[in-house]
Design a protein around this ligand. Structure first.
Ligand code: SAH
Length: 223
């Protein structure tokens, strides 16, 4: 079998894309980005053999890299265009940020663990994805200094939609966020901000059920 330089066998990477298509991902740009970013480079070496299976995997600090289908689904729902500036909350491994970087002009990603942020920065730099900035901080607060953002994606489950993030969304902006109790049933919520004469409004759509690690307040005290 042919081993690619990214650790995955060619057959696994073909199956990876086929699974995404079969499960309903139809946006060609999203499929191209999922094809381009080597997931094997974002998981610990011990998991390289299963990097292209459609499953979440453990990463440092007790966190997880999301299942590829959920990454592709949320990215498709976000509707990223090449001129967009995107904010991600929950950098984790940096994989979702890498996928977004192939579709957007600029990505700002916030992580509460210094260790994860450092590892993600190193991986993104090694792959030459230089339009991503990884910051250590509390994602509940977003990044007012760089707002507004055309698109916002949260990759940890919030009990309620974080208000500061809604405020940092541009007019006609879209945000996707898993909402629900920690360790309970959660759903991806899609919020679209419209700019109208009477002050605008937020349209809310409930999407698929998911299971994410919790969005926790504050920067992590541990590394
Ligand atoms: N998008 C990631 C997966 C993230 S797992 C990937 O592609 O690998 C969720 C991440 O959110 C974890 O790394 C967790 O530490 C982080 N997180 C949780 N609460 C946070 C907060 N308030 N601010 C920033 N990051 C947070």
């Amino acid at each position: 079998m042919i081993e690619t330089s990214e650790g995955g066998r060619d057959v696994d990477r073909m199956e990876f894309l086929l699974t995404l298509r079969r499960r309903g991902i139809g946006d060609q740009a999203v499929l191209r980005a999922m094809d381009e970013v080597p997931r094997g480079r974002f998981v610990d070496e011990g998991f390289a053999a299963t990097a292209y299976a459609d499953q979440a995997l453990p990463i440092s600090c007790g966190q997880t890299i999301s299942q590829p289908y959920v990454v592709a689904y949320m990215t498709e729902q976000l509707g990223v265009r090449p001129h967009h500036r995107v904010l991600e909350i929950g950098t984790g491994s940096g994989y979702q940020a890498a996928v977004l970087s192939r579709l957007a002009r600029e990505v700002v990603s916030i992580e509460r663990y210094r260790t994860l942020a450092g590892q993600a920065r190193a991986r993104l730099a090694a792959l030459g994805y230089d339009n991503v900035e990884v910051m250590v901080g509390d994602g509940f607060l977003g990044c007012a200094a760089k707002a507004p953002f055309d698109r916002i994606i949260v990759t940890a489950a919030a009990e309620e939609v974080p208000q500061a993030l809604l405020e940092q969304l541009a007019d006609d902006g879209v945000m996707v966020v898993p909402v629900g109790p920690h360790n309970g049933p959660q759903r991806i919520i899609k919020l679209t901000k419209s700019a109208t004469a009477d002050g605008g409004g937020i349209a809310r759509e409930e999407l698929i059920p998911v299971r994410f690690v919790p969005l926790l307040p504050g920067q992590a005290q541990e590394l």
